[in-house]
Write a protein of this length. Sequence first.
Lengths: 282, 286
Amino acid sequence: MQAAKLQPGDILVKTLIWGFLILVCIYCLIPFAWMLSTSLKTEAEAFRMPPTWIPLKLTADSYIGIWVRKNFGIYFFNSTIISLATAVLSTFFGALAGYGFSRFFFKGRRFLIGFFLATQMLPGVLLVGPYFKILSKVGLYDTRTGLIIAFLTICLPFSTWMMKGFIDKVPDELDQSAMVDGCSRLGIFFKIVLPIVAPGMVATILFAFLLAWGDLLWALCLTSSESMITVTLGIARTVGEFRIIWPMLMAGSLVGGMPAILLYIFLQRLLVQGLTAGAVKE
Amino acid sequence: MWIKDRHMWMVFVLPGVILLILVLGWPAITSILYSFETEQAGDAAYTLANYKSLLKDPFFSTTFWNTTVFVFFSVALHMILGLAVAMVLNSALPAKPMFRVIALLPWVVPDVVAGIIWKWMYDPIYGALNDLLIKIGLLENPIEWLSNPKLAMTSAILVNLWRGFPFVMLILLAGLQSIPRHLYEAAAIDGAPKLQQFIHITLPGLKKMIVVALALDIVWEVRRFGLIQAMTQGGPGVLTEVLSTYTYKQYFKFFRFEYASAISVVMTIVLLLVSLPYIWMISQEE
């Protein structure tokens, strides 16, 4: 049917569409190609004119250097621990609240939903000042625990939304019949609902993980010593150094961005729903 | 059970609410209170001094204006490119998932990484962009993308276009896929041209998604920090300084906590006003 209808005009439109799509792909990919290319160069070649796209001399020195000469191991450890703890905590409390919002229609429900949504709109800079002072006072400044608490502000509202979305899909009849059988609400939540939404829970944990992983502001304001900083802050500090070693910085950026790239591609089907508080259901 | 089932919501919802009040509500209110204090006046007195000096601070007005320009053009360009790519991807196309992943890449890397890649892309001597543009003949001499005062903001917006359009694309794509195909088929049978179909079917069908994308995008772009911080740190001068980087400087470079709080309160008010329709829409649906 398609072939029968094909006219010269259609071919022009098709060509334009493909041309546009290819341009968009180039726009999206070129910076990544440049990052990869630079990360595989020697330092001397990175400062060559004109720049080379395919390194004349391929070297993995930068990828070794970030672990050996820079403290990337420590940054990675910190980022992983902090993001994971944040993600698990926020998803647990998010699942509880999500179940509450999904199953109960109580007075003030709309208000609380609005409250959760509004907290997602606050700028981080509103909170970093008090956090700096409070955490310093209680001895949690420049600690992983301090950052975990801070990241809950970003992740908890988000996790609640996502978990509510997944729990909404579990039919309420399951809960009702379990209650008839004498199961308590908490029992239903832990033994029936959570196992069903386990895949969604994993997705929520991963998303919350990535939210925390990508942050710079909080890490910049709430940590200072080399042993406590995160990957993003480690990368940002390298830019501030007097002499930037670009191949190493690019290798670090690539490695630091990799968990995000891989997980997002893996999770992209759920992305829209999670980020729009279920306003868009894919 | 000693709690009636209709009260059980408290067991589920309150831990989250209390946690949120502790980690977010309390610091937010503390910050608002700071903004009414001054270093000189002592603890007891609340004044409007910070807000008054805000109005007189030329850097604040510059930064506010910069943020407005940055957000306006970023969001407008996100919408245009996002919609265009979404429409292309929504048509029957081979290898659609692959294109979707490619178009999503700029959005998934951490802000800092995006900022740093582009700082290096833009490098006037060793960077890739000048080299490419000269090679394909669009440019004769290298351009100083980030250090030329006339170009710095434009360059920053272009990076942010790259970074932010995928999200708008993703939302609008989801919206496009929810518009029933038969509407277009019916219109085609009636002989309605493509432009008419776009105006009378596509845009109305996307209305809600456009509201969602606009609200979230504006909020995120106003808050954008890591990208600018990694790329220009607000420079040259204050030409790419936005509210979030300026507030950060007030806090941790000049240690004017009260003043910084006042700026962030203004930011918060703006953000809540912008997102109010969105919050309203969703909480009504629930």
